[in-house]
Design a protein around this ligand. Structure first.
Ligand SMILES: Cc1cc2nc3c(=O)[nH]c(=O)nc-3n(C[C@H](O)[C@H](O)[C@H](O)COP(=O)(O)OP(=O)(O)OC[C@H]3O[C@@H](n4cnc5c(N)ncnc54)[C@H](O)[C@@H]3O)c2cc1C
Ligand code: FES
Length: 282
């Protein structure tokens, strides 16, 4: 028996999709920061996706994904009522959340969905959360109404100035760090260049900075070594030691290189999938 898609919504047409999936065993234990390994069919690859939200009573988990290649494109062909073959989780270490004071949560692109779950956890723990979300343009912003429902301090940045601050999330963060008295932690989730830039901004302020690494994963349980990363000079596995790490210690250059290592095969696989779709009239 598979894992039923109880709701599917295109958040940004053709680009970003949200799915609510029936997975009671996963929902029962899921915490902010956890992810699932998900497989569409017997011949498909397993991919990691962050649990953007969960509903224990309904037994569902929410995922939000950007369509970037073969598997995410294949997922987009599934319909409400359809099923995934596997949804394995919750995996990874959950976010370390304790009552610590003011926490700034920064989300970029699809990372906003994952950041929203973490921000909610911090609010529930009694922390003051300042959320900063960023996108290229207003129509690419995600989860703003969900965030503002529990987080009164929501700051928006868009590259083109169509909403909020014109510029990057890092500029808004810099201003907050300069004006706020005490920031206990900054959490950043989004594209690698954004997380790296956030770490550069927080370093001189000596503020604890947590990032979530999107390393390539194959099994997600620490057996294959695909998600190897270097943090503070030590070799670690993002799936079992992370995916969240101290951003000031992450070797981002290595992460970038490893994320690109299968680009040729990924393009080939997408090309083949597109041709199959055309043949089957999808
Ligand atoms: C812990 C974790 C949580 C993630 N959460 C989200 C999320 O919530 N939403 C979201 O849109 N994306 C998330 N990702 C990234 C997502 O897994 C990839 O976008 C997806 O695997 C792409 O698969 P594809 O076949 O569509 O694209 P492909 O063409 O195969 O790959 C496109 C790019 O995605 C990355 N990628 C490919 N395969 C994998 C893999 N097996 N594991 C990880 N990355 C891979 C590589 O950088 C690659 O260049 C997460 C990654 C990790 C490690
Ligand atoms: S994905 Fe295999 S060790 Fe992390």
């Amino acid at each position: 028996m598979g894992y039923k898609i109880v709701k599917k919504a295109e958040l940004i047409p053709g680009q970003t999709t949200m799915m609510v999936i029936e997975a009671p065993q996963v929902a029962k234990k899921a915490k902010p920061g956890n992810f699932v390994m998900l497989r569409v069919s017997e011949t498909g690859e397993r991919i990691p996706l962050t649990i953007a939200d969960c509903d224990r009573e309904a037994g569902t988990v929410t995922i939000v994904y950007l369509v970037v290649g073969k598997t995410t494109a294949e997922m987009n062909t599934l319909k409400e009522g359809g099923e995934f073959l596997d949804v394995c989780g919750p995996l990874g270490r959950p976010t370390h959340i304790e009552k610590s004071g003011t926490v700034v949560c920064v989300g970029g692109g699809t990372g906003i969905a994952a950041m929203h779950h973490i921000a909610k956890g911090h609010v529930e723990a009694g922390n003051r959360v300042i959320a900063i979300v960023g996108a290229r343009s207003k129509n690419l912003l995600l989860f703003c109404s969900e965030l503002s429902s529990f987080c009164p301090e929501l700051r928006i940045a868009t590259d083109d100035g169509s909403e909020g601050h014109k510029g990057f999330v890092t500029e808004v963060l810099q201003e907050i760090l300069e004006t706020e008295d005490e920031i206990a932690e900054v959490v950043a989730i989004g594209p690698v260049p954004m997380m790296e830039a956030v770490c550069r901004v927080t370093l001189p302020f000596k503020v604890k900075t947590t990032v979530s690494l999107n390393s390539i994963m194959v099994d997600g349980i620490g057996m294959c070594g695909a998600c190897r990363c270097t943090v503070g000079g030590k070799t670690l596995f993002a799936c079992v030691d992370g995916p969240e790490f101290d951003g000031h210690k992450v070797d981002f250059a290595e992460l970038r290189t490893r994320l690109w290592q299968f680009r040729e095969q990924e393009e080939e696989s997408m090309e083949k999938f597109s041709q199959e779709c055309q043949c089957h009239g999808r």
